[in-house]
Design a protein around this ligand. Sequence first.
Ligand SMILES: Nc1nc2c(c(=O)[nH]1)N[C@H]1C(S)=C(S)[C@@H](COP(=O)(O)OP(=O)(O)OC[C@H]3O[C@@H](n4cnc5c(=O)[nH]c(N)nc54)[C@H](O)[C@@H]3O)O[C@H]1N2
Ligand SMILES: Nc1nc2c(c(=O)[nH]1)N[C@H]1C(S)=C(S)[C@@H](COP(=O)(O)OP(=O)(O)OC[C@H]3O[C@@H](n4cnc5c(=O)[nH]c(N)nc54)[C@H](O)[C@@H]3O)O[C@H]1N2
Ligand code: SF4
Ligand SMILES: [Mo]
Length: 747
Amino acid sequence: MKEEWKWGSDNDYWVRTCAWSAPGCHPVSCGLYLHVVDNKLVGVEGDPEHPVSQGRLCVRCLTLPEYLNHPQRITHPLVRVGERGENKWAPIEWEEAFDMVAQKATEIQAKYGMDTVAVIQGTGREAALYAPPTGFAVFRSATNLMGLSGQACYGPRCAVAEFVFGTGYPELDFAAYYPDRYDHPGYEIPKYVISWGKMPLTSNPDGFFGHSLIDLMKRGTKIICVDPRITWLGAHADIVLQLRPGTDAALALAMLDVIISEDLYDHEFVENWCYGFEQFAERCHEYPPSRASEITWVPEELIIEAARKFATSKPSSILWGLTFDAISTGGQAGHAVLAMLAICGYVDVPGGVTVGQPSTFLGKWRVDTRSNLQPGQFENRLGAKQFPAFAAAQWVCQPDVVLESIENDDPQIIRMLYLQSSNIISASNNVQPQRWYKALQKMEFTVVTDLFMTPSAVALGDLFLPIATFPEHDGVALPHFGRNPHFIGAMNKAIDNPGVHSDIEMCINIGKRTNPEAWDYKDAADFFDKQIRASYDFGFDDLRRMGVYQAEYNYRKYASGLLRGDGKPGFNTPSGRVELFSLMYTMWGEDPLPYYDEPHYSPVRNPDLAEEYPLILTTGGRKYTSFHSEHRMIATLREIDPWAKITIHPADAEKYGIQDGDWVTIENWLGKCQMKCWVTPSILEGVVHCEHGWWYPEQEGAEPNLYGVWKSNINMLLPHFCTNKLGFGSIHKCMMCKIYKAQGLDG
Ligand SMILES: Nc1nc2c(c(=O)[nH]1)N[C@H]1C(S)=C(S)[C@@H](COP(=O)(O)OP(=O)(O)OC[C@H]3O[C@@H](n4cnc5c(=O)[nH]c(N)nc54)[C@H](O)[C@@H]3O)O[C@H]1N2
Ligand SMILES: Nc1nc2c(c(=O)[nH]1)N[C@H]1C(S)=C(S)[C@@H](COP(=O)(O)OP(=O)(O)OC[C@H]3O[C@@H](n4cnc5c(=O)[nH]c(N)nc54)[C@H](O)[C@@H]3O)O[C@H]1N2
Ligand code: SF4
Ligand SMILES: [Mo]
């Protein structure tokens, strides 16, 4: 890569940077050139020298100038002047705003206790890295959470990986650790990749650059898709296992049954590195393909074919997606899928899955911020007693417990909310959003940090702090949040906008007032320089020049002692091996072996309800044009996706008298909403898919309309507390509903 990261004249220049947020994306850290004229972003191009994205960008980054320069962006702190919900605000100065947050928090904590100030965060935008530290070190509160029922995003997968492998996030080896990528000596192209409950081309999740899959396919990788929809990837796959939503654990166990019964597994790896194989094999044999086929609706012969191809074509790998977090037995499905990778010998080998060597960069600092709490605060955070496994794996409070605690006015109830990167009442970050909406009205003071006025800001906010986009601030992009970081990337400030601040700048400014010792940094660049130097032998300016820094990767770390704190060979689990039989699950009262159970609501479990609500509802498959509830105000993106969309099979459309393009009401016993219909044979008959995150920024913002947030809000049909025994998992991907033709958006 060239050393220069900024070139041109004083008022017409280009800046090389890595992307993260805002606007929202996960830390895939694509490389961009930003063209700035008179301090205004006028153009964006992909950086062809970036080792991972190699010049490719998706439509959200391509429309970045429209986002940055949008007339509705808030670029001044605002304080509420009318009643909550009236959408009446007055501008105040930044220093006043920071003083106000610090003063309110201090007052409320003096009166009710330190943990009554809560930080509620959204998904893994850059903000997410700093959310728990905002709680721990800015407010000295242990009440940090995501409002997402069952922590149904990434956390459950990370927890399963920790319990079964004792490692960071197992990710498809897409050669991202190497500057020369797929040509790296020793790297191998995977023969098969199973894309399981994931569509990475649209989602680019957590650190995986989706288009790498296309690179691999061009080099010979074949795809197996496990998905109730035939997506673009499915249409280009070797096999599609179109399963009934929520039945993934049964499918995985049946594939394992085939692999074990036909002796297709790696004996050497099982004997030396796995624990509990005998019992595990017995459990798998309870799910022969014939039984799994009845449960999952996937033809028996396809299950067998997929299992054989995966096990015998070495190396192969699995991309496991959000589905594992957002169904109730997703934890069991995750356990089974990790076991499948292990017994086939695909763990930490070229072309299999890489397992993170946890990065000290920011990781150690994030852990250390907990030292700002008093003894007992962290241990007694909301949900830790009810769900010890959850508390062992996550720093945050269990969200379903928090909601009930507010609703029930429990003694630990929160009184002040710092809402960070979450439009919590839109169809994101929660289920039953009207319960959160009502509960959060109880707050004495709510700070909202966002870029645009949102339904949540209008309904709940007392103070609005506007956030900087990534071209407007310095930062470091960290794929997989440090849980499997194939590189770190410099995010270089290209535009000076004094009206906005990044999330870390909020921490530094508010922290200087509430806890100055913890926030002794001049600015964001100073913070990153110190953090980088604590882990590497270079600083932030060096990273700017490098563009990205790729650390060396070691395969088969279990054999060389690199996975365990004591330096001994093996995995960092109680048995020192991959726990096909989990010793920790036994301790927590969970079955130590994976199993299948019907979703909380399904036609099989609830035949009585199925008479009125016969369709299976899955939600939230990602699209290129939005990140959750974001981007609805970006004209070019709305032109591509103008309305919330429900996908229906032609046979179901006919049955319910619905035609392509009709407005449809989707309803169950919890609520209803409207979406436009796409009739397509690419979805399983009997299953409908609904988008999430919809609101209409072009509509009235004040109550009761709140930018139309209740009109296409599919989460109003999803119940709270459909977790597993450990407090993880939800119902986002498998619920019940009925549909009928509507007149329009209003029903
Ligand atoms: N553009 C864009 N990118 C995003 C996001 C965004 O909003 N927009 N969100 C980000 C976030 S927070 C996350 S967590 C990731 C998620 O990204 P992914 O892990 O890719 O998950 P989804 O897109 O929710 O769903 C992937 C596929 O699962 C299928 N599916 C639905 N139900 C089931 C089921 O029961 N079993 C199986 N096997 N498959 C099922 C869907 O049809 C869909 O094709 O994306 C991230 N990236
Ligand atoms: N039905 C259904 N619901 C789902 C899902 C599903 O699959 N189906 N997926 C769920 C999942 S996996 C997740 S993770 C959640 C995500 O839910 P959230 O992460 O809460 O997403 P949003 O509702 O879009 O809220 C994010 C807000 O943060 C603002 N923002 C963007 N960038 C920044 C930034 O850098 N800093 C700050 N402070 N703010 C920023 C945006 O403008 C936006 O208003 O949604 C969940 N909801
Ligand atoms: S995945 Fe798309 S939106 Fe995200 S950083 Fe890359 S190009 Fe930008
Ligand atoms: Mo997520």
